[in-house]
Design a protein around this ligand. Structure first.
Ligand SMILES: *[C@@H]1O[C@H](CO)[C@@H](O)[C@H](O)[C@H]1NC(C)=O
Ligand SMILES: *[C@@H]1O[C@H](CO)[C@@H](O)[C@H](O)[C@H]1NC(C)=O
Ligand SMILES: *[C@@H]1O[C@H](CO)[C@@H](O)[C@H](O)[C@H]1NC(C)=O
Ligand SMILES: *[C@@H]1O[C@H](CO)[C@@H](O)[C@H](O)[C@H]1NC(C)=O
Ligand SMILES: *[C@@H]1O[C@H](CO)[C@@H](O)[C@H](O)[C@H]1NC(C)=O
Length: 750
């Protein structure tokens, strides 16, 4: 309980003293500390030592696990991915998630809003979406899950979707209902049993689990339902009950917030109720009848459940990943997302008296990804700050500070024209991605007065998007002025933004790799230990059974070996509990050296009769050939007397060997290593066939000159001979060969 980390989504990219973090900590059973830099440190026991990891590192561990699971399932390396984020995630939280992915060695093609992922998994399969010139199909998506509520309005056309608006309540989900109900039961237990369930983390977690089950039952059943937990605390069993109406009364405040969020999205989208085609619900908590009723109340239609409630987000991400990856071809579907929170940039006064300024570069619901060019006239380096405008669900509205360097006045002492590209990328992260000095050598038509130090906004229109949703870089508009020789010089930018530095990232990545290696080593160690343990049980069980290995070992030997196995078992649970892999492997090898000869005797005993039988049958066939030859069977007319003598002799010799072997083996007790092994019998048979087969299979010569292949075929034995024979047949078309071939099939039937 104290070493199982979860709930990282709500800790990511935040400071320890962040009110949201402080609220979460009251619910989390593991230890969280404030680090020297004020960030969140998760304290866990790892390899018997106390370690403090950041939420980003812990999430990287989870991603590593998911990556591994996917790689096993897909039977291929996984590098590229699309990761979903709540649509209300701010710049820093997104940045933190990208850092986690970097530590896990994943290449993130896109951070994808959960709402947008859901919309994509809805739209891509719809064949009947309106054509581009028609009115769009507007769909509302309501996603209420474990800990948050997200609502989105989305416009669909054939092959594309455009987000219209989103609204969210980041602290409203199933678990908030559970907490309210758990609180109620705590009060009840306090009066009934005089126990404080909150004083024991373990008891409280059990209560939450039971409450969640009860909540699900209440969704389907409006009668009074019971909650029973055995041996809850202080050896007391507890009982209580609740019905749906009670739950709805207790959670009324939460449900009101659901309504507020729904109305907010509707209002922002600018849609009239009759413009809405459907309200699709996903997320476990939308199964709650009260939430369904609020949806009906706000949108005047019953929610539709055509999407998979639990998987639509992951499906949307998988589809987006396939679209963005060059390795896969999928139906194209363009995705235009919108900016959740307006972003403004501001700058200081310039040296020569220009006032400081601010501009809202990305208003709310502005399409993204997007770039804007800002033009400045400066004599010296200057800084640009970016921050959110208005309320965001994050305590710090600042996004970053960028300093554009290396600016000097012109030779005439005038200000230089500097163009700065402000970009919000596919992940929803803002950046000043470039700055350049525009030197106009000669500009007769340029009537922009240099004193008028104003911000020019270029590329105000959304960038055209490629069909698969990939953004085109916002390209600087070409200067329209004629005869103007423009030279553009890249300026260095120094940035101060949230997230790990490259050095830190490298360090954490290395640490993660070490942990992956340690995990692998630990798995190999555990596998070796299990293999030894398994062998001990298996061998001991078989030794004691008369149907298995019992008869194949001398009683006294069995007792000794069984004792050794008992000792080994005890050792495994005592001093041998925690050894390294090699120790277990060596012990296993040692045990096998004793167990395997016994197992081998049993195996020889079991397989031997069939092998002897096959050999005997081969000898009979040899005899038959000799008889047929003597009876002047035309099939063997092409063979000589000498050849047939050789066959006969070999049959006799082999038969003698086999008879001797049989009697010798019959007199060998089961627990004694047989003097003649199956391998020897097989070898003897091969020797026999090497002599006999080429003679018997000798092709009938053609009346004229025999083809060369025949000679080659003669040398061949076994399966190769059969193949050659077939080839020869094809070449020569001699019907008689069919018989020989049949014969041959029997020879090599084993
Ligand atoms: C509701 O729960 C009660 C009590 O457990 C049970 O008897 C009843 O069959 C349930 N009704 C439905 C519709 O599940
Ligand atoms: C959706 O994701 C993008 C990044 O892909 C982000 O910029 C935007 O703010 C998100 N949309 C909403 C409505 O939050
Ligand atoms: C911001 O832009 C700079 C310059 O193009 C680039 O090196 C940097 O990686 C970008 N940062 C982010 C977070 O995209
Ligand atoms: C694409 O760009 C052209 C001209 O640059 C513009 O007329 C058109 O409306 C744009 N299309 C979209 C979908 O933005
Ligand atoms: C031999 O085999 C060939 C092709 O498989 C067949 O056409 C032919 O009739 C067979 N001849 C005899 C004698 O069975």
């Amino acid at each position: 309980m104290r070493n199982t980390v979860y709930g990282l989504k709500r800790l990511l990219g935040r400071k320890y003293r962040d009110p949201q973090v402080q609220k979460e900590l009251q619910l989390l059973p593991f230890a969280v500390v404030e680090t020297a830099t004020g960030s969140v440190g998760i304290k866990v026991n790892y390899l018997n030592e106390e370690h403090v990891f950041s939420p980003e590192q812990c999430l990287a561990m989870l991603l590593t696990k998911l990556k591994d699971t996917s790689a096993v399932a897909l039977q291929t390396q996984v590098n590229d991915c699309v990761i979903s984020v709540p649509s209300y995630f701010t710049n820093n939280e997104r940045k933190a998630l990208l850092d986690s992915a970097a530590i896990a060695g994943l290449n993130v093609l896109r951070l994808f809003n959960e709402t947008t992922a859901t919309a994509l998994s809805y739209g891509i399969y719809k064949q009947d979406l309106p054509a581009p010139e028609e009115k769009p199909r507007n769909v509302i998506f309501v996603d209420c899950g474990h800990s948050s509520l997200q609502v989105a309005a989305c416009a669909f056309h054939k092959g594309k979707l455009r987000m219209l608006a989103t609204a969210a309540d980041p602290h409203l989900g199933g678990r908030d209902i559970d907490l309210i109900l758990a609180d109620q039961f705590c009060k009840d237990f306090q009066t009934k049993y005089r126990i404080d369930a909150r004083s024991s983390a373990r008891a409280f977690i059990r209560l939450l689990t039971e409450v969640e089950k009860l909540k699900k039952q209440m969704s389907a059943n409006s009668t009074t339902l019971h909650l029973n937990i055995e041996c809850f605390m202080e050896d007391k069993d507890v009982h209580s009950e609740m019905k749906r109406a009670d739950m709805e009364a207790l959670c009324d405040g939460l449900f009101q917030r659901v309504e507020i969020t729904l109305r907010q999205c509707l209002e922002q989208s600018g849609l009239a109720l009759e413009d809405i085609h459907a309200v699709e619900v996903v997320g476990g908590s939308t199964r709650i009848p009260a939430i369904k009723q609020i949806i009906e109340k706000v949108f005047h239609r019953s929610p539709s459940t055509t999407l998979n409630q639990d998987e639509s987000v992951s499906r949307g991400c998988a589809l987006q990943c396939a679209m963005l990856s060059p390795a896969v071809r999928v139906r194209e579907f363009s995705v235009t997302d919108v900016q959740g929170y307006p972003i403004a940039v501001s700058w200081d006064a310039s040296g020569d008296g220009e006032a400081p300024g601010e501009i809202e570069v990305f208003p709310v619901n502005h399409a993204i990804p997007f770039s804007k060019m800002l033009t400045f006239y400066r004599r010296e380096p200057f800084s640009i700050r970016a921050s959110y405008v208005g309320n965001v669900p994050y305590p710090d509205r600042n996004i970053g500070i960028w300093t554009v360097k290396d600016i000097r006045p012109t030779a005439e002492g005038k200000a230089q024209k500097v163009k700065v590209k402000v970009r919000i990328n596919l992940h929803g992260i803002m950046n000043i991605s470039s700055a350049s000095l525009i030197e106009s050598k000669e500009s007769p038509d340029n009537d922009v007065p240099e004193e008028q130090q104003k911000i020019n906004e270029n590329s105000e229109q959304p960038q055209n998007e490629t069909a698969n949703g990939q953004p085109e870089e916002g390209e600087e508009k070409k200067e329209k002025k004629k005869k103007q020789i423009v030279k553009s010089v890249e300026l260095p930018i120094e940035s101060l933004t949230f997230g790990f530095s490259q050095v830190e990232l490298n360090q954490y990545t290395e640490q993660e790799f070490k942990m992956i290696a340690a995990d692998r080593q630990e798995k190999e160690r555990a596998d070796a230990r299990n293999a030894l343990e398994e062998y001990v049980y298996e061998l001991r069980g078989k030794l004691s059974s008369d149907d298995e290995l019992g008869p194949f070992v001398l009683d006294s030997d069995r007792e000794t070996l069984t004792r050794q196995l008992d000792d080994m078992e005890n050792w495994l649970y005592e001093e041998g509990e925690d050894c390294n892999r090699q120790v277990y492997q060596d012990k296993l090898t040692e045990l096998k050296s004793k167990g395997e000869p016994i197992q081998l005797r049993r195996l020889e005993h079991d397989l031997r009769p069939a092998i002897i039988e096959e050999f005997a049958r081969a000898l009979q066939l040899g005899n038959k050939v000799v008889e047929q030859f003597r009876a002047k069977d035309p099939k063997y007319a092409h063979l000589t007397e000498d050849e047939m003598k050789k066959v006969e002799q070999t049959v006799v010799q082999s038969y003698k060997w086999l008879e001797e072997a049989r009697s010798q083996l019959a007199s060998t007790p089961k627990h004694v290593q047989p003097s003649i092994t199956i391998a020897q019998i097989r070898q003897e048979r091969t020797n026999f066939e090497n002599v006999v087969t080429p003679i018997v299979n000798k092709p009938v010569p053609k009346p004229e000159s025999p083809p060369k292949e025949t000679k080659e075929a003669e040398k061949e034995v076994g399966d190769n001979a059969e193949q050659n024979q077939q080839q020869t047949n094809q070449n020569q078309e001699q019907p008689q060969q069919n018989c020989t071939q049949d014969e041959k099939m029997e020879w090599s039937s084993t």
